[in-house]
Write a new protein. Sequence first.
Length: 229
Amino acid sequence: MATLTWHGHACISLETDEGTRILFDPFLTDNPAADIRPDDIDRLDYILVSHGHFDHFIDCIPLAKRTGATVVSTFELVTFCSNQGVEKVHGMNIGGGHRFPFGRVKLTPALHTGSIAGDDTGAFTTDCCGFLLELNSGKRVYYSGDTALIKDMELLSGSVDVALLPIGDNYTMDPADAARAVEFIQPRVVIPVHYNTWDLIAQDPEEFRRLVGERAEVVVLKPGDSYEV
Ligand code: NI
Ligand code: MN
């Protein structure tokens, strides 16, 4: 079993059954919802980053430098990381996949803007992406990234066990749009993220559960809670 842990906002860690440690969208510094601090992370193998907004990227470079983790993201974002001194990066682009030791990763479309926090030139601006992971266990995890509801999500139908979707509104889908995304994706399990970090994205996850109804199992986590994939 792989263990997925929510650290508040869209920051998720995933430890595979082989012990590979993956962190999605590191946002622990100044994250009022976080259950841990960056220093609490001692070993990390991969950091998967959907886009460069501070609430997804702020701890990426320091964590990568300290732990030696490989940063996986869009070409522009990993180039920025390389230029900042990160040694191990793997650049990809939307629609492309790659087999890593822990499984296959494919970058999926997301509809969201994507400047990079810390890039004063604008030269590294890049679209947000999502990630579809097929772990060696065969389990498939979809991390949508910040996104609007897009019809392209229908293409994932039948290929997702666990979906992580934003429900916070204002910057991303709201619970109603996220419930429609569930209709498109048809995952077995859905976990809502990117809400209740600040008042602006306050949401009741039970409302999301009600809207999803029988279409999928809705697992509501508190920061620090884990789910076995
Ligand atoms: Ni964003
Ligand atoms: Mn965000």
